[in-house]
Each structure stands twice: as structure tokens, then as C-alpha cells.
Design a protein around this ligand. Structure first.
Ligand SMILES: Cc1ncc(C[n+]2csc(CCOP(=O)(O)OP(=O)(O)O)c2C)c(N)n1
Ligand SMILES: [Mg+2]
Length: 276
């Protein structure tokens, strides 16, 4: 167990503060994606708040932009943003801390939230890196429901065509989207085989809420040349509290005061259990 697993629980608490102060947020997907973001920002990517425009920085695109509260929490922990400022301004009229990523904020490369746009832009960034002879890598986090957008599959074809081994996508495979189970809304099993048939290197992460497993998968992706990689990270939507785990209704649910208290208690217990 990595010390970063405990950090993920502290950041989940920050997400609750953001949502509580702002009056809403995409809580379920924030919780499923948290370890993916922590692994990338604290163990994998070459990014620094001191050099946000470094041409050699790794690029990160939050294609499932509705999970911006998790991204704010991680960017603040990394030093790009102030968590107190995010909490005080989130979702306020006229605020730059809106409910989807906005590239006027430090550390955010691309406006996102309209699903299906992150992978196409990431392909362009990865291709540009190759053309410019730069060694940076491009990471993109996609929702599994988001994969119903056809633009992803055009981008997947292009990434293979151009041999973009500097591109690594991660699918937050929590098996739920806004209106229910992904298999009922727009089935995508076998997702691994789908990406493989598009020429990608596919890595299954059996527990996508485990930092060590994510780190091992990202390292394996780095070693593959000639084609793009995708991590299928099996996560739990609402991860961290039985109050919200695996419940589609918690995609954008605003917890009651009692639910906030129960969730915080569950987070504390889960974090405590990590150290046993
Ligand atoms: C183009 C587009 N269509 C619809 C939406 C509305 N929408 C927001 S989140 C969401 C579900 C996304 O599900 P998934 O990608 O699985 O995300 P997660 O489960 O990680 O929250 C939808 C349909 C959108 N943001 N963009
Ligand atoms: Mg999903």
C-alpha cells in the first residue's frame, strides 16, 4: 500500500469541501478517478507549478471534465491552485472555478466537459510532440460512458496510424454513467478487445483505485513503443463510502448534511484501515 492511497482520501475530503461550499458537483466520478489523478500527478507526470509553460512538461487532459472537483483538489495539493480559494469561489457567479476545467487556470491545458473532445486533442498534442522532437508524454482520462462518443474512435484510429507511443489514455471504468449502467445505456464489453482492434496496447488495471497497481501499469505503458497505450482502470463510482458507491443516482447528487457526515466518517474509517 502506497502512502499516496492515504493522500487520495485527504483529497476526497477536499472534494467534499468544494461541493458543500459550491452547492453541487459530480461527486460519483470525482471519487472513482481520484487515485488515477494522484498516481499521475504525484508519481508519473513531469509537471510543476513553477514551470507551467515548460515546453517539455507532460500534458494532462481531463476529458471527463465533469470530475473537475477531483482535479481542483489534486492541482491544489500539487501547488498549482489554493484549495481555500477553490472552496470559496467554486461555482460562484463570475468565478473562474467553474464546474468544468477551464484553461485560464494554471495547470489546466484544455477546456473540457463536452464529452468526446479530450482524446482527439490529446492525439494532436502527442503528434506535435513527435514532430517537434520533444520527449513529453500526453495523458488523457476518459469516462467509460464517454466512450459512446464516436470522436473517441476516430482519435483512436489516428493515434495508431501515427504510432503515438507518447500517448497514454486511461479509462475510468466505473461501469456507470449519468443515467445508469454503461452496459445498458451503450454496451462496451469487451472494451479491451475494442481498443486492441484499433491497434492499441491495452493494460488492464484490476483495481483502478490502487496507486501501486496504477503506477505499475503506467510504467508498463512507458515501455511500449510504436503504438499508443490505454489503461482500463476498474474503479468504483463513489469510491470511499457505502453511502454512494456504485449508485448511478450519485453521479451529480448533492449530499444532505447527514449524508456529508456519514461520508466523512466512512472516509476516515477507510483511511484508517489503509494503515493496518
Ligand atoms: C457531449 C456530451 N453529452 C452529454 C454530456 C452530459 N454528461 C455529463 S457526465 C455524463 C456521463 C458520463 O459518464 P462517464 O463518462 O462514465 O463518467 P463518470 O462515470 O466517470 O462520471 C454525461 C452524459 C456531456 N457532458 N457532454
Ligand atoms: Mg462511468
Amino acid at each position: 500500500m502506497s502512502r499516496y492511497d492515504a493522500m487520495a482520501y485527504d483529497l476526497r475530503d477536499d472534494v467534499l469541501r468544494i461541493i458543500e461550499a459550491g452547492g453541487g458537483g459530480h461527486i460519483g466520478g470525482d471519487m472513482s478517478v481520484m487515485e488515477i489523478l494522484v498516481s499521475l500527478y504525484f508519481c508519473q507526470m513531469n509537471v510543476s507549478p513553477e514551470k507551467p509553460d515548460d515546453p517539455d512538461r507532460d500534458r494532462f487532459i481531463m476529458s471527463k471534465g465533469h470530475s473537475v472537483e477531483a482535479l481542483y483538489a489534486v492541482l491544489a495539493k500539487k501547488g498549482f491552485l489554493s484549495i481555500d480559494e477553490v472552496v470559496s469561489k467554486f461555482s460562484r457567479f463570475g468565478s473562474e472555478y467553474i464546474g468544468h476545467p477551464n484553461n485560464h487556470l494554471p495547470g489546466i491545458e484544455m477546456n473540457s466537459g463536452s464529452l468526446g473532445h479530450g482524446l482527439p486533442v490529446s492525439v494532436g498534442m502527442a503528434l506535435a510532440g513527435k514532430m517537434d522532437g520533444r520527449a513529453y508524454r500526453v495523458y488523457t482520462v476518459l469516462g467509460d460512458g464517454e466512450l459512446a462518443e464516436g470522436s473517441n474512435w476516430e482519435a483512436a484510429m489516428a493515434a495508431h496510424q501515427y504510432g503515438l507511443d507518447n500517448l497514454c489514455a486511461v479509462v475510468d471504468r466505473n461501469r456507470l454513467q449519468i443515467s445508469g449502467n454503461t452496459e445498458e445505456v451503450m454496451g462496451e464489453d469487451d472494451l479491451h478487445e475494442r481498443f486492441r482492434s484499433f491497434g492499441w496496447n491495452v493494460i488492464d488495471v484490476s483495481d483502478g483505485n490502487n496507486i501501486d497497481r496504477l503506477n505499475a501499469a503506467f510504467e508498463a505503458a512507458k515501455a511500449v513503443t510504436g503504438k499508443p497505450s490505454v489503461l482500463i482502470a476498474n474503479t468504483v463510482k463513489g469510491k470511499g463510502s457505502a453511502v454512494m458507491e456504485n449508485k448511478a443516482s450519485w453521479h451529480h447528487h448533492m449530499p444532505t448534511a447527514e449524508e456529508f457526515a456519514a461520508i466523512r466518517a466512512d472516509f476516515a474509517a477507510r483511511k484508517e484501515a489503509l494503515s493496518c
